[in-house]
Ligand binder design. Structure first.
Ligand code: AP5
Length: 225
């Protein structure tokens, strides 16, 4: 079985809020020579820095709605344009609409780097709500870590590192429900868009992060580096 490292993978991590996209993105980057972008994280950093873009999108994120397509496509265009030609990459949280998916196709065609795998992470609504309701960011230390409030070991490690446990504003119960609804209406239909290309791999996102990582690895057809 060929190593995904040898294939310079171009991966799209796809799944509902709470599926564990960012958790798995961090693990995949530790094992393979890929770089990742989380469009949600980019937006949160803009908000935290108080930039014009951050001020423009802050209320949209707080409501659990989607940021304007043109803005997100411009963000990805800039990011892809700065990548070295041989660099494998992973997209976490993009595309989220059909317009974004079509724009991504055009961008990747321009640079001759087609997607090699779409990982469709599947999780029940009840588990997603549990994970998001308990999610905390271990903030103020590098690297920041995503943890769950019920994971006593992770909480203790964060505090021992001098980190602060911060809850995302969009992890409040009413916003979680809104985000899950937006995912179902706007983003989930994209699976059909990619399925016809034969690159969609369904992965059960329940179980421990390590178990999910192994499933993704198997789906992609690679071996840990
Ligand atoms: P974004 O940050 O992308 O949010 P999301 O898609 O809703 O995904 P999350 O970050 O909530 O979840 P995740 O799947 O990454 O899970 P995580 O690993 O953190 O986007 C935020 C907002 O930005 C959007 O709502 C929108 O407004 C805007 N936006 C972003 N991109 C956009 C775009 N392209 N177009 C328009 N707008 C855009 O894990 C969640 C929790 O579960 C954590 O506590 C974690 O520790 C825990 N966990 C993870 N895996 C496991 C496991 N296997 N077992 C137990 N617990 C686990």
């Amino acid at each position: 079985m060929a190593s995904i490292a040898a294939q310079r993978p171009h991966i799209l991590l796809f799944g509902p809020p709470g599926a564990g996209k960012s958790t798995q993105s961090a693990r995949l980057q530790q094992r393979w020579p890929i770089v990742a972008i989380s469009t949600g994280k980019v937006l949160r950093e803009e908000i935290a820095a108080g930039t014009a873009l951050g001020r423009q999108v802050r209320d949209v994120l707080a409501r659990g709605e989607l940021v304007d397509d043109a803005l997100m496509v411009a963000t990805i265009r800039t990011w892809l344009g700065a990548l070295p030609p041989e660099q494998g990459f992973l997209l976490d949280g993009f595309p989220r609409t059909l317009a974004q998916a079509r724009a991504l196709d055009s961008l990747l065609e321009e640079v001759g780097r087609p997607l090699t795998a779409v990982i469709q992470m599947e999780l029940s609504v009840s588990e997603a709500v549990y994970r998001l309701g308990g999610r905390r960011i271990c903030h103020g230390v590098e690297p920041e870590e995503i943890i769950h409030i019920n994971d006593e070991g992770a909480v203790a490690r964060c505090l021992a590192r001098g980190g602060l446990l911060v809850q995302r504003p969009d992890d409040l119960p009413n916003v979680i429900v809104r985000r899950l609804g937006v995912y179902e209406a706007e983003t989930e239909p994209l699976v059909a868009f990619y399925r016809q290309r034969g690159i969609v791999h369904k992965v059960d996102a329940a179980g421990s992060p390590e178990e999910v990582l192994q499933r993704i690895t198997t789906a992609i057809g690679g071996a840990p580096g």
